[in-house]
Design a protein around this ligand. Structure first.
Ligand code: K7E
Ligand code: CUA
Length: 663
């Protein structure tokens, strides 16, 4: 009896020990356990601030603590600011504004610093207003390579090149044939060309012709800017353009994968309306919307290159332009109908589908490149237009029309087989499934709406992480909304735009709004989002004495301050280091010319100095290793302190010198 009891106790004890041991092992295998709810103080903050569980989720999903880094960088057009804005994702914080077409006194861009793109084109000004529209990251095999960024300026028909090693604008080209654009910039899959499309037709070559001669003498233009990656420059002499009919060409996208070698350009005003409401003509907004169909332009750029090589071009202002006639004869240019007032045109990741939004139509129209190629091969034309361009039969090239909602504009793609289209009038983003012939397959059946999320308000473009490449990253989508109305504190009658971050990582009807971001500096039309690890930015310039404009060591670099007078010019070589300029006293005679070279000899990251002589309109920024040159005539006698404008050290205020202009 007693023996049996003690055995039972022994077994029970062993079991208890086993269970305790098991719990111990399991707990340690799982690591320290997490609290089951929010910490009490966090709960208190959430309650005090009236945050809903959704708000708390969104905050946790987007918060990036100091010292940790964002996963993506979004390069957004700065619209009327004329600049590019770099924003980190998911934090939606501005990292930097890159000056492009408009002066910036922080970096000295347009304030007398010679080695800048703006100075190269316009000297000391005046600088025209600008409106940047569509940024385009450089691509290798259809993926972003993180090397360069291009952006178009609608107002003046310009395209700029930004080098992403130092995030500075290196070049601005003005179109020699045309004075405005809209579809700029877009790149071919290996950045052979940067594509720029005109918008409002004019006589080519900056000429005059009366509006009565619109049909005969006004034209559109598709420009292929040749990009030289080694030089980091567009080469104007190797570039060319294609004459287009005076329909208002709008947006473009370059083919990729299945459609590599093609460019697609939508248009409106196939009516050739010229306005004149004051004379009893229909106003523009009615005049350009009479036709049920406008034209999608389908351009074979590889064949266009061949035509140029064969000399089938004319020169306008010394720029090579392929006439419409040659383009048609050479199989370069085709049209096909697209429904009423189209806007965006976007190519799917595999390149099979071309999606066109119709501002006044609840559908997007999807064309397939296989059908387009077949129709071209079998000459399946419904007619030729008034300029002799073959029009491919709509039903032959149309793959699908998908009803999405009111005011579809732009489309982006992810890696789950979904497309996302902005609905301007519904002010929403709608998720829908692509057809079976592209790269990724959605779980649902093709050509169906599967999800929708409201935006605030009047969405224009949208950007998915790497969502216009051959390999979208998905995960996040940013809605670029034109109106913000009640989303932020009032900033007076001129309101910021609203960028909204949306989580698109899960399939089906699961789009989730995470964050609003006010942007009060112009209208960011389009944006591209690149994985941060693709960017290979410099921490400091590679060598002391670096000229960022040429990306090479400057012959004017110096490690010893000195002044040399040659003829009527005073050459000043200045070293810049915490916390002094050498020399500190600079004496010139009134009327002498001054050429001032400054070299920041620092190698320490973030040890930037400024240099300002406000009386002579000069402001510069000198990043570690940088050499800049400013030039002016000392035509105002007096005493002018020059000083460092960046709070670089405890003795920053002592970092100054005197420029004495003697009578
Ligand atoms: Cu739709 Cu200029 Cu790309 Cu604005 S454009 S929306
Ligand atoms: Cu250098 Cu302040």
């Amino acid at each position: 009896m007693r023996g049996a009891v003690s055995t039972r106790y022994l077994i029970a004890g062993l079991i208890v020990l086993l269970v305790i041991g098991l719990i111990f092992v399991l707990r340690n295998a799982r690591g320290p356990s997490l609290p089951t709810g929010l910490p009490a103080d966090a709960m208190a903050v959430a309650n005090e601030r009236g945050l809903t569980p959704d708000d708390v989720y969104a905050a946790l999903a987007t918060y990036v603590p100091g010292g940790k880094q964002d996963d993506y960088v979004m390069f957004a057009s700065g619209g009327h600011s004329g600049q590019v804005i770099a924003i980190g994702l998911p934090s939606m914080r501005i990292l930097k504004v890159i000056p492009v077409f408009v002066p910036d006194s922080w970096s000295g861009y347009g304030f007398g610093v010679e080695n800048t793109a703006l100075h190269e084109v316009y000297g000391r000004g005046p600088y025209p207003p600008a409106d940047t529209h569509h940024p385009a990251l450089s691509e290798t095999n259809g993926e972003y390579d993180g090397e360069f960024l291009f952006i178009g300026d609608k107002l003046n028909g310009r395209v700029a090149v930004i080098d992403l090693r130092d995030w500075e604008t290196k070049q601005i080209v003005r179109n020699p044939v045309f004075n405005n654009n809209h579809g700029a910039a877009f790149v071919t899959p290996n950045t052979e060309y940067v594509v720029e499309v005109s918008q409002y037709s004019v006589p080519l070559g900056h000429k005059y012709a009366p509006l009565e001669r619109y049909k005969e003498e006004y034209r559109g233009l598709l420009t292929f800017w040749k990009f030289d990656r080694k030089k980091g420059r567009i080469v104007v002499e190797e570039s060319f353009a294609l004459e287009l009919p005076p329909y208002w060409q709008d947006l473009a996208d370059c083919g990729k994968g299945a459609s590599d070698g093609w460019v697609f350009v939508n248009s409106f005003n196939t009516e050739l309306a010229t306005g004149g409401v004051e004379k009893g003509n229909p106003p523009f907004e009615a005049g350009v919307s009479q036709n049920d169909m406008d034209y999608l332009h389908i351009v074979n750029w590889k064949k266009a290159e061949e035509l140029v090589r064969a000399g089938k071009f004319t020169r306008i202002n010394n720029f090579r332009v392929i006439p419409i006639k040659e383009a048609v004869a050479g199989g370069v240019l085709y049209l096909t109908p697209e429904p009423k007032s189209p806007h965006g045109v976007d190519v799917s990741p595999g390149g099979q589908y071309i999606v066109v939004g119709g501002k006044l139509d609840p559908h997007v129209t999807v064309y397939s490149i296989d059908r387009i190629k077949k129709a071209i091969e079998s000459k399946d034309f419904e007619k030729t237009d008034a300029y002799g361009i073959p029009v491919l039969r709509f039903d032959a090239v149309k793959e699908a029309q998908v009803e999405l909602g009111l005011g579809p504009l732009h489309t982006q793609f992810d890696n789950q087989g979904y497309a996302y289209t902005s609905l301007f009038l519904d002010t929403a983003v709608v998720r829908w499934t692509l057809g079976p012939n592209d790269k990724y397959k959605a779980p649902e059946e093709p050509w169906k709406v599967v999800g929708k999320v409201q935006t605030h308000y009047n969405i224009g473009h949208l950007a998915v992480a790497e969502g216009d490449t051959v390999k979208p990253d998905g995960k996040y989508l940013v809605a670029l909304n034109k109106w913000s109305v009640d989303r932020f504190l009032s900033t007076g009658p001129l309101l910021p735009q609203n960028l909204q971050l949306i989580d698109i990582s899960k399939p089906g009807d699961s789009l989730r709004l995470l964050a609003d971001m006010p942007l009060g500096m112009g209208e960011p039309h389009y944006a591209q989002i690149i994985r941060a690890d693709r960017l290979k930015s410099w921490e400091v310039y590679p060598e002391v004495g670096w000229d960022p404009h040429r990306q090479a060591k400057s012959p004017d670099a110096t490690d010893k301050g000195r002044i040399e007078v040659r003829g009527d010019t005073v050459h000043i070589y200045t070293t810049v280091v915490r916390s002094h300029f050498t020399p500190e006293q600079v004496k010139v005679k009134r009327g002498q010319k001054v050429v001032w070279h400054l070299t920041n000899t620092e190698r320490t990251r973030d040890a930037t100095h400024g240099f300002a002589i406000p009386a002579y309109g000069i402001g510069a920024s000198l990043e570690p290793g940088e050499t800049v040159t400013v030039r002016f005539t000392a035509d105002k006698e007096g005493v002018y302190p020059f000083y460092c404008t960046e709070f670089c050290s405890a003795l920053h205020l002592e970092m100054m010198g005197y420029l004495l202009v003697e009578p």
